[in-house]
Design a protein around this ligand. Structure first.
Ligand SMILES: C[C@H](O)[C@H](O)[C@@H](O)C(=O)CO
Ligand SMILES: [Mn+2]
Length: 416
């Protein structure tokens, strides 16, 4: 009997079919963020990353060209089991030599090479207007700016991104989730909290008034409680984005688990949202004390989030995207490690005897529930993970770093 067969039998005794779990997981799309590979810099500006987020570290080998970024993503994907969807920002537009279009004038053709890449790897594409790292962010504000010219510029950027999102969906045959996040806010106590929110509401409404096919483009709004330099107030707070999505059919909320007070848990918000929203989106990250965007690991909250999606049968209702960026370690390793961690969390959730545990809760057998929760933690999930990796043709955890080292030696260290 192989290790997998022995492990499978243990799960079977609890009513869990591990083969079925593996088959299900293979088909769950998870959005893979290109911005881990170049420290969220992009190709359309040379001013560096600004606007409420920051990367730290200077590990050698950062992707500096579209070719390098795609090469690194291909390398990361070789190390990842499961189905990845490409997630790009507008700042990753690819221009021909001598060509340039500002953010309000971006066109589908500036993303044709991304479509080519996605088709080559049978991936859908998700998209994000980039409301940061740009000279037209005025006094830290974009969609909520009191300066009408500034606000118009960013509204037009949003509209351009709707058109590009629809192009992605048509080309790939997969709906495109288009996420609106701005770092708009104030460092210190504002004199007017409502005015910026009313302007932002109007701006997003104008963006969404751009004609598009709702089956192809899935807009969403991402909240955040604070950012670097906007510690006192953010326009796009949780209440603002949730209310906006509730009132605008077809617009989803997006919860990033780094964007709440450290004592709030997105795992607890997921089932609450499922009671009201047919669909919503997640950014999955790891905050260390704050929105630090460390590489996702298989920690308790990561597992708990996956569990809430799986046990509520919501894998088709929650759009899952990764969002972290660490510049202090090998970036290919960072991208692939986070993806693998989320796969492990989903696999663990799919191999949990959820029905049996729920029954214990519903029949008030709470002591037994506690004991069974602890027993489930000791099940041999590592064997199931290894089998999943084997079936997907990717290396197990113990051989993962060997390939990272080879790529670093042969490719990353040779970059100028
Ligand atoms: C680059 C992303 O869009 C960005 O991380 C945003 O989603 C966010 O989470 C900002 O903190
Ligand atoms: Mn995010």
């Amino acid at each position: 009997m192989t290790g997998y067969e022995a492990a499978k039998a243990k799960y079977e005794a609890l009513g869990v079919d591990t083969d079925r779990a593996i088959e299900r997981l293979k088909k769950v799309p998870v959005s893979l963020h290109c911005w881990q590979l170049d420290d969220v810099i992009g190709f359309d500006n040379d001013g560096g990353l600004t606007g409420g987020i920051q990367t730290t570290g200077n590990y050698p080998g950062r992707a500096r060209t579209p070719q390098q970024l795609m090469e690194d993503m291909e390398e990361a994907m070789k190390l990842m089991p499961g189905t990845a969807k490409l997630n790009i920002h507008a700042s990753y537009a690819i221009f021909e030599p001598g060509e340039f279009a500002d953010r309000d004038a971006l066109e589908p053709k500036h993303f044709a090479k991304w479509v080519e890449f996605a088709k080559k790897h049978h991936m859908g594409i998700d998209f994000n207007p980039t409301f940061f790292s740009h000279e037209k962010v005025k006094d830290g504000l974009t969609l909520s700016s009191p300066d009408e010219e500034t606000r118009k510029f960013w509204i037009n950027h949003g509209k351009a991104c709707i058109r590009i999102s629809e192009y992605f969906a048509k080309e790939t045959g997969v709906p495109c989730v288009m996420n609106i996040w701005t770092g708009d806010g104030f460092k210190d106590v504002p004199a007017d909290r409502m005015g910026p929110r009313l302007r932002c509401k109007d701006s997003i409404e104008q963006i969404l008034s751009e004609p598009y096919d709702r089956n192809l483009v899935k807009p969403c709004v991402e909240s955040k409680v604070f950012g670097i330099g906007v510690e006192s107030y953010t326009v796009g707070s949780a209440e603002f984005t949730l209310s906006f999505a509730a009132q605008h059919e077809g617009c989803m909320p997006l919860m990033d688990n780094g964007h709440y007070h450290p004592t709030e848990y997105v795992s607890d918000k997921i089932p609450a949202m499922l009671c009201f929203y047919p669909e919503f989106a997640l950014h999955i990250t790891r905050g260390v004390r704050w929105d630090s965007d460390h590489v996702l690991l298989l920690d308790d909250e990561t597992k708990e989030m996956a569990k809430e999606i799986v046990r509520n049968d919501a894998l088709d209702r929650v759009y899952m995207a990764l969002d972290y960026f660490d510049a202090s370690i090998n970036r290919v390793l960072a991208l692939a490690t986070g993806f693998r961690s989320w796969q492990k969390a989903l696999l663990t959730a799919l191999c949990t005897p959820n029905e049996m545990l729920k029954e214990l809760q519903d029949t008030n057998q709470l002591g037994k529930l506690m004991v069974m929760h602890e027993a489930v933690k000791m099940l041999p999930i590592g064997e199931i993970w290894e089998e999943y990796c084997r079936r997907e043709g990717v290396c197990d955890d113990l051989h993962f770093y060997d390939e990272i080292e080879r790529y670093e030696r042969e490719v990353l260290t040779k970059r100028g």
